[in-house]
Design a protein around this ligand. Structure first.
Ligand SMILES: O=C(O)c1cc(C(=O)O)c2c(n1)C(=O)C(=O)c1cc(C(=O)O)[nH]c1-2
Length: 240
């Protein structure tokens, strides 16, 4: 019967199938990972993505604020530490991303000021944060599951970029190396929460809708970048 819940294995498989909509398939990413992007396009991506990076720990703090389960919070807090660092030689992902910015030739201030962030990228990232603030913590945890597909994308950059873009300083790659490890831990936890929480068929279908929302967010960010840096039609390009 169609309203029977899927088994956990089938539910997991349906979540994984969403990978076919991951932004790894977006033309902007295909060009970048295939070595066909210009320096300005790579710089544009790095500068815009910093807005996403900066949102992530705030989003994770919102999830924790909505979560009344100490055991979950004890694990989830690691995500904030991963991005913000905690001293003692752990500078965190935001700092690593700023080093990536320097490695592609951007001044720190140009990145941290969000000066280059396109409105479409800002709206997409803000939608992610607003979703996490207003949804239940389990739903917000589910929305982080695009990370199921992230280790592959980071790995591809590590393998291809040094050859494609010899002008990028090697110190820039630490962020991707770090995330290959961290994302695997994150998704194990996020997947466990999702498989246990979304039990009925209607709930399982809702989980897929939530994951699609997040895929839409990531795809929309790249649409904005494609328009600005590939078609060279940033917002208001034709206004006087
Ligand atoms: O470079 C990427 O393609 C990519 C994608 C994603 C993602 O799938 O959301 C994340 C990251 N990177 C990333 O570095 C990261 O820390 C991260 C956290 C999250 C999240 O939703 O909590 N997604 C992602």
């Amino acid at each position: 019967m169609s309203n029977q819940p899927w088994s956990q294995d089938e539910f997991r498989q349906r979540l994984y199938e969403k990978g076919r909509f991951y932004h790894i398939h977006h033309p902007f990413h295909l060009a970048m990972n295939g070595g066909n992007s210009t320096k300005q396009q790579v710089q544009g991506w790095v500068a815009n993505r910093y807005y996403y990076q900066a949102i992530i720990p705030v989003k994770d703090a919102a999830i924790m604020a909505n979560c009344n389960d100490a055991a979950i919070r004890r694990k989830w807090i690691q995500r904030i530490i991963d991005h913000d660092g905690c001293g003692d030689g752990n500078d965190g992902g935001l700092e690593a991303w700023l080093r990536l910015g320097e490695a592609v030739g951007l001044e720190r201030e140009a990145v941290t000021s969000f000066h280059h962030v396109l409105p479409g990228v800002r709206f997409a990232c803000d939608a992610y944060l607003n979703f996490a603030r207003n949804a239940s913590w389990q739903e917000a945890a589910c929305s982080s599951l695009t990370e199921l597909f992230a280790p592959t994308i980071h790995q591809k950059r590590l393998e291809g970029w040094p050859e494609h873009y010899p002008w990028i300083e090697p110190k820039g790659y630490e962020y991707f190396r770090k995330r290959v490890r961290e994302a695997r831990v994150d998704v194990e936890h996020g997947l466990k929460i999702t498989l246990n929480h979304f039990q009925t068929r209607a709930q399982q279908e809702k989980a897929l809708t939530i994951l699609q929302l997040k895929l839409d967010i990531l795809w929309s960010m790249l649409d904005a970048m494609e328009m600005a840096y590939v078609f060279e039609k940033p917002p208001y390009h034709n206004c006087n």
